[in-house]
Structures are given as C-alpha cells and as structure tokens.
Design a protein around this ligand. Sequence first.
Ligand SMILES: [Fe+2]
Length: 453
Amino acid sequence: MDDKADQYSNTAMKKLISINDLKVGMFLEAEAVTEQKDGEEFNYLSALNATGIGGTGKRARLTGRMHEKVANNGGVYITSENLIESLRSTGLSLVTIDTEKGLDLPEDVKPLTDPNRKPPPEGRLVHFDEEIEQAREVRDSTTDTLKTALEDVAEGKEMDVQKVQEAGTVISESILRNVDAMVSLTRIKQFDPYTAMHSMNVCTLVTAMAMHDGTDPGQLPMITTAALLHDVGKTRVPLEILNKPGRFELHELQEMRKHASHSGDIMREDGSFSAEQISIAEQHHEMLDGSGYPAALRGDAIHYYARLTAVADVYDALTAKRVYKSAMPMYQALMKIHKGKGTEFDERGVDLFIKTLGLYPVGSLVEINTGEQAIVCEPNPNDSRKPVVALLTQPNKKPRVAPYVISLAVRSQADGREIVKVLDPDKIGADVEKLMADVDQRGERTDRKVRTS
Ligand SMILES: [Fe+2]
C-alpha cells in the first residue's frame, strides 16, 4: 500500500455494508427525522448513506429519548438482533457503519466500497467499477426474466408478475448504488422480436432519470416495472409485421401502433398493476405537442413518467441498428432529442435525460487534442467533460499495442489531454462493443487505489 492509500485508510471509519453484515455492537449512521401527521409528531430513524426499497414500507419509530440520542450521536448503536430485524423490515439493504464508534466488520468481510479510495461521487454509494460487474449480472438476469414474461404473454399464458416486479426492484437497487453503471450498459443493443433488450434499456434510463429527479426511492420499482413492460403489447402484433425488415405499409404501421394500447390492455387484464403503471405503458408514444399516439394526448394529460419514458424510448430506437437503418451516433441522437425539447418532449424530461447520459456516454468514440482516438469507459459525474477514457491510437492514428486507460480528470494521467470531438463509429469502421471488450481484457490501467476521481 502506498502513502496515499494509507492516508485514506486512517480516515476510513465509515464503511458501506450489506444489512446482512450488520451485527450487534456496530454503530449505524443515521439521523432522527420528525414528521407531522394529523397534528401529531412522529419520530423516525433514517439511515444515512444507505439504500433499500423493498420491505414493508414502514419506518423505524423512535421514542422521544431515543430520538434525542440519535440526533446527538449522529446514529444509533446496535444493541439487539430485534433492532436489526426491524431495520431490515423497513426495506434497508445497504447501510453505513462508523467503526470508530462501534464494532468493525470481521477481517474476512469486505465493505461494499473500498475505504482506501476517495468517497464515490455525489449521489453514488459505490464507485462505478465496484458496481459494473453486478450491474451486468442484474441486466442479464432481468432481461431473461423479461424475455420469459413476454414469451408467456405471446403464447396466451399469464406472466409471472412477481418475478417481473422483483426484476424491477433489483434494477432500481443497482441504480441506487451507482446509477452510471447500469446506464453505461444501455449502449448494448440487440434485436429480438419482442424487444426485451430495448425494454431493458428504456427501463434503465427512465429509472435513472427518476432517480436524478429526486423521486422517493420507494417509488422507483413501480416506475421500473412499468417501463420494463412498456412494449408488452408488441406480443399482440402479428409476427410478420413485428419482424418485417423494411419500412411499414400504412396498414402495417397502424397495426404496429396499436401495441401501446395493447400494453395497457394486457396490464389491465392481468389485474396486478396500478392505474399509474398502466398509464406509463399505454402513453409511452404520446408526444407533448399532441403528435403522438394512440390518443394524441397533450402536455400534462400525459402521465409524467410516460413523458420521461417517451424520451428514453425515442433515444434507444434512434441509436439502435436495424436492417433498414444504421445506428445514429449517441451524440447525434442526444442533439435530436434536445431539438424536440418543449415541443415533442417534456422539458424537464430532456434535462434529466441529458443529466443521466452525460456529455459523452460510455462507449462514445472521441478524438483527443493530441490527435489520439479514445473510447469513453467511465463517466465522471463531477465533470462530464473529463471522463475515464481508453486511448486506442497514437497521435498519428496508428493503433496502440494495448488500449491505455486514463482519467482525464487526473492531471498527471491526462497530461494536457482534452476531448475535442466525438467520432462516428460507422465512419471510422469501429465496432464499439469489440473495442470495449478489448479494453476490459487487455487495457493497461493505472493503479485504481491512487485514482482521485
Ligand atoms: Fe413502443
């Protein structure tokens, strides 16, 4: 361990841990919250630097004396298994402990974020590289769940709603740990008849937008599940239309457009979804100016989260490759969405979307002021102009032997480098997924422990 890492470890008293590792004797970081309800005061315990969205939705009540203690101490000393159980039942899954005020983790249990590094950027509980593998697993497993659900509906069977709802919860949890990890994976597109992958992308983006919007975390799974199922109505569109490689004839287009109403019908018939969720799915092709379908609704008549879904849906469709069209580069699609701000698309929705993707979404090919070509590997939420990139070529465009990963935010690594333009992968004949895999396997990285971004 070098000096810099040492310096951090000495100050690393606060550790993010799974609630399963919380033990009697530990000190939980929390604040005491007072709320007024029907003229009465209620005192609650609110865990700090924590996440959790399942559970009973109940909150841990505090007596007056406890309330004062928590407020004075900045948390609560865990005195019993019962207390842990009641915290778990409120839905908490990750919590932060202070090891100076209570017991530490056993030696063999690692905290969820490396305390030897600088804390993660604002709004993130763990670093991007600490979440990305888990995000990939969540994405794979929930896409499978969704595929099965869509196939079941297509065959006239009932979908396993509980599984789909669980998928909504795990996606939301990953997004609450580090939103940028799941979002970075939305660049991956694949065509399947019922568009499970597209639905996965849209649902990730909408959940991330809602998170950036400050939505109550407890609300996220509701939105995530609705967005996951927004295109479930495609299962009622004849396959020969759904799979048609070219452009649609008018009657085919009309048939295709019915999918939004079908989505609403399927969810209504199932009986497990709220009116809000049905609106989100049914209205995802409505446009702010009334130019959308099926009901040509305008403005506020469209459900807020359906307006957010519309932005993510159009973006994912534009950046997807189809037999009849090439993929639009991400920055061009972002510009197109921005043009429609306030006319087709909800203004706030567009702002949230841009905040979600950042200036250079992961997978963007860029040119550096040195002439080198690079690919964006990790966003930088503190300064989106300076992400982590892998240098792919020399200044003379000759490929490097192995990609070299640097953070443009770290002066010693960037060495004066800045992004000057975005490149179109099609124009330079680049396969982004292949390049990203190459960076993963052969990329030479500087020591992560001393990274300051
Ligand atoms: Fe759709």
